[in-house]
Design a protein around this ligand. Structure first.
Ligand code: PLP
Ligand code: COI
Length: 340
């Protein structure tokens, strides 16, 4: 398989058209078999559910080239499960998780020429998504849906690679206590756009969102969960029913315990206690684990011990172990790595 002529090492996190995408339609109460197509355009009615009432959900995952040249994905069953949960919350038909995994593997395989080589620093980002495609004008779910999977080669999510980030405590909320923060709905991202543009305009890399009810507890950022490391080496992550259950975070917590022998805690994390942590990182498929050096809370600066020049030592070990598992240089727990 000849790879495309792409400058892998200098890719940012953007969209590049690749050759094939998977499409399946839901009509009269059933999903069709689905096909791979070269047509990247979506044609839907002007009154489609997705256009009028934002009835759309998505997933994000990656395909990797391992050190011995295989192409693999990371825990795709968990993305399939999360998409089932997202669909249920937005009254959309479930695209079954085994069919989801099959569609992802097929789409990656068809775009093999775009999977960045081992060691290039890039990966193939995979974006499964689903939307209401038939017309609705009264507020109700659509009757027809489309599920699609496309791929795009990507580099680091944050410009500057692994340079520690500066984030601010946001005055905007991301998710209501009994809202949709725990699912991957497009609407959660639409409402974060003003906050991220404003954060960038003020010189910050991301927003730290607090719990909307009390504004005292740390939730997550617009596109990643938090991990903190205490001064005595415990790995801590916020527990909340309104954050997205990150697959990367769940994996890193297990890596911390089982590979690094560290104690882990999933608990309330208060804004007031941030200066007791030695390290902070943002974790997600796109972010992998990106170090945070500083949090700014309306003029109060919280600087983590790890500083502004490099990743802290525990974050680095977590990063190296996770990416080693994904690239095949470290043995993975059973079922984590699925070959294409
Ligand atoms: N939190 C939000 C809001 C996200 O958009 C993402 C990205 O998918 C994550 C967390 C990380 O989740 P995962 O590790 O499953 O990619
Ligand atoms: C991901 O990490 O896959 C995400 O979806 C985060 C962001 C690009 C929305």
């Amino acid at each position: 398989m000849e790879k495309k002529n792409i400058d892998w090492a200098n890719l940012g996190f953007g969209y590049i058209h690749t050759d094939y995408r998977f499409v399946s339609n839901y009509k009269n109460g059933a999903w069709d078999e689905g096909v791979l197509t070269e047509d990247a355009s979506v044609v839907i009615n002007e009154c489609a559910g997705v256009l009028q009432y934002a009835q759309t959900i998505f997933e994000g995952m990656k395909a990797y080239t391992t050190s011995d040249g295989r192409i693999v994905t990371f825990r795709p069953d968990l993305n399939g499960e999360r998409m089932e949960q997202s669909a249920q919350r937005l009254e959309m038909p479930v695209f079954p998780k085994d069919k989801f995994v099959e569609a992802v593997l097929k789409t990656v395989k068809a775009n093999e020429a775009y999977v960045p080589p081992y060691g290039s620093g890039a990966t193939l980002y995979v974006r499964p998504y689903m939307f209401g495609s038939s017309s609705v004008i009264g507020v109700k779910p659509a009757e027809e849906y489309q599920f699609r999977v496309f791929t795009t080669p990507v580099g680091p999510y944050f410009k500057g690679g692994i340079k520690p980030l500066t984030i601010r405590v946001s005055d905007f909320d991301r998710a209501a206590p009994n809202g949709t923060g725990h699912i991957k709905a497009g609407l959660n991202y639409a409402m974060s756009l003003h906050a991220i543009v404003d954060a960038h305009n003020q010189g910050f890399d991301e927003n730290m969102y607090l719990d909307a009810a009390t504004r005292t507890k740390v939730e997550e950022t617009g596109g990643a969960n938090f991990l903190f490391v205490t001064r005595d080496g415990k790995v801590v992550t916020p527990k909340s029913s309104s954050i997205l259950p990150s697959i990367t975070r769940r994996s890193l917590m297990q890596v911390a315990r089982e590979y690094l022998g560290l104690e882990t805690q999933e608990r309330d994390v208060y804004l007031e206690e941030l200066d007791s942590f030695a390290e902070c990182g943002l974790c997600g498929t796109a972010a992998v684990i990106s170090p945070v050096g500083r949090v700014v809370d309306h003029g109060r600066e919280i600087c983590f011990d790890s500083g502004m020049t490099e990743m802290g030592p525990v974050t680095k070990k977590l990063y190296e172990t996770l990416t080693g598992i994904q690239m095949g240089t470290i043995k993975a727990p059973d079922g984590w790595v699925v070959e294409v």
